[in-house]
Design a protein around this ligand. Sequence first.
Ligand code: NAP
Length: 288
Amino acid sequence: MKKEINGKTKIIGIIGKNIENSLSPLIHNQIILKNSLNFCYLPFQVAETNLGKAIQGIKALNIKGVNITFPYKEKAIKFIDEVEESAQRIGAVNTIVNNKGILTGYNTDVIGFKKSLQEDGKFATKGKRAVILGAGGSARAVAYALLEEGIEEVYIFNRTPEKAEKIKQDLSSFFPESSIYVFLLEEENLKNKIERAHLIVNTTSLGMPPKIDYTPLPDEKLFHPDLLVYDLIYHPAKTLFLRQAEKAGAKIINGLPMLVYQGIESFCLWTGLKPEGKEVLKIIKQII
Ligand code: NAP
């Protein structure tokens, strides 16, 4: 946040359910401080029953905009006025901009994920095969990003397969060159697909507090050394999922680079300012 808050300070922030461990306030307030902007980024812990009221409150309190995080990225859509085209296709928003009382939803997770995959994961997506674990709001963004980058096949696994099926229905028509398959998240289904895959992405919340001793993969033997294993979770920095993948010789990446890059895109939508991603990531790594 700015050193001194005054009557002209503009408020931005994050709405989510379990945001005590979120690094977004740190990231945004570091950018604000470094650029001497009169903004302040605040955490708003909101119960699901209050989500609509909280989003309407953005207008009432003249808040400039917010990030929307776990588990509200899909649920938030019905409370906003407009949804940008790609966020509409994805069916999830992680950013809301308040423009003179009109709330518009965007999805900057897509660009955040793509950039982290390319620059930090050194992964070339075109023609590859990927396993996505989970079918919530972030799985939608991850699937969309991979499809836009020309992935050949995507295998989506979820505890509730109907939700994965809905992602397939929503996205297939936009990407006729790629194939999307959906499965129940269980070992037998996973084995054959992980063997064929180049990338596996955990988009479930298993591994984040309070479920830090959990992993979405039923057996660590499913990992192999030719995989890039990506966990969207960044707290803890190395989840059980990533520790097991590393032990199996796979290359790993956590959710911190994505968090920084998507945050910068959101910050730009609110302020017009776009700091360099790598620089911000370096500063945040030095602090935490
Ligand atoms: P979400 O929409 O609530 O989806 C949660 C997913 O986790 C669903 O697929 C859900 O399955 C699955 N899940 C939850 N509990 C489970 C269990 N016990 N067993 C199996 N599956 C389970 O959440 P989200 O917004 O996609 O976020 C998911 C995670 O990604 C969170 O940890 C979030 O912090 C992280 N994330 C990080 C970034 C970043 O920038 N690094 C960006 C976005 C999200 P069901 O459908 O069966 O309920």
